[in-house]
Design a protein around this ligand. Structure first.
Ligand SMILES: [Zn+2]
Length: 238
């Protein structure tokens, strides 16, 4: 267990965070030194990116409603708690929304650097290759050189762009306890209907991720969340 304090926010990193992080980073298929370097870079960037996301929640919550926030990184990502904060519904919306928004800001800064260095053509090719595994347009010589001769730099950009795009987008999906689900919960009545919305959306995302994109981790995560939300919905329905 790692504990430290940053911007007056206590942070706790649980052992499971590293294990699931290594699995998402492809630890099982890692056999050589370059693969190990890529995995370590991925895990470092993942830790920083998830902390940036959680600080988006924690600092916005403290700015709007006071309280004493703390951050825990665990198996499926992170959680920001804010004990003693007094927040209206609009304040809660901004506190939740600023998590994914912080990720998008880090993504935008990274893309600004990529497009400054590699130009529009090279930047577009690299960005679409990283996010969708399907590059748009033709590569430039500089972009190809990055992939061939500057692997550590490529792995850093790769992880920064991939994690901050997908982590922010996935978190906005309306499935509890993700941020999108917590935003839905603020606005639907009766409140427990958010559990049903979460179960249906979660099951749909799991099916699309598995059948359409062959992303097993995403499918398992959303399948599990759908199941839990459905159970919670059933217990609160009557
Ligand atoms: Zn969040």
């Amino acid at each position: 267990m790692i504990r430290f304090t940053l911007f007056r926010v206590p942070i706790e990193i649980q052992p499971w965070f590293w294990i699931t992080g290594a699995l998402i980073g492809g630890a099982i298929g890692t056999t050589d030194q370059i693969g190990l370097m890529r995995l370590l870079i991925f895990m470092a960037v993942m830790t920083i990116s998830i902390l940036v996301h959680e600080f988006g929640h924690a600092l916005t919550g403290r700015y709007l409603g006071g309280g004493s926030p703390r951050i825990v990184l665990w198996a499926f990502g992170g959680m920001a708690y804010n004990q003693g904060a007094r927040l209206s519904r609009n304040h809660l919306f901004w506190m939740i929304f600023m998590g994914p928004a912080a990720g998008f800001i880090l993504l935008a800064l990274t893309l600004a650097v990529v497009f400054l260095i590699y130009g529009v053509q090279g930047g577009t090719w690299l960005t679409t290759l990283i996010i969708f595994n399907e590059p748009v347009g033709d590569p430039t010589i500089e972009a190809l050189t990055l992939l061939r001769d500057h692997l550590p730099r490529f792995f850093i950009l790769d992880a920064l762009i991939w994690i901050n795009f997908w982590w922010s987008v996935l978190n906005l999906i309306p499935v509890l306890p993700l941020d999108g689900g917590r935003i839905a919960e603020l606005y639907v009545t009766p409140r427990h209907k958010a559990l049903l919305i979460s179960a249906i959306t979660g099951a749909t995302v799991a099916a699309v991720a598995w059948i359409g994109f062959d992303r097993l981790y995403t499918a398992v995560l959303f399948g599990y969340l759908a199941f839990r939300n459905y159970k919670d919905y059933q217990s609160k329905k009557w």
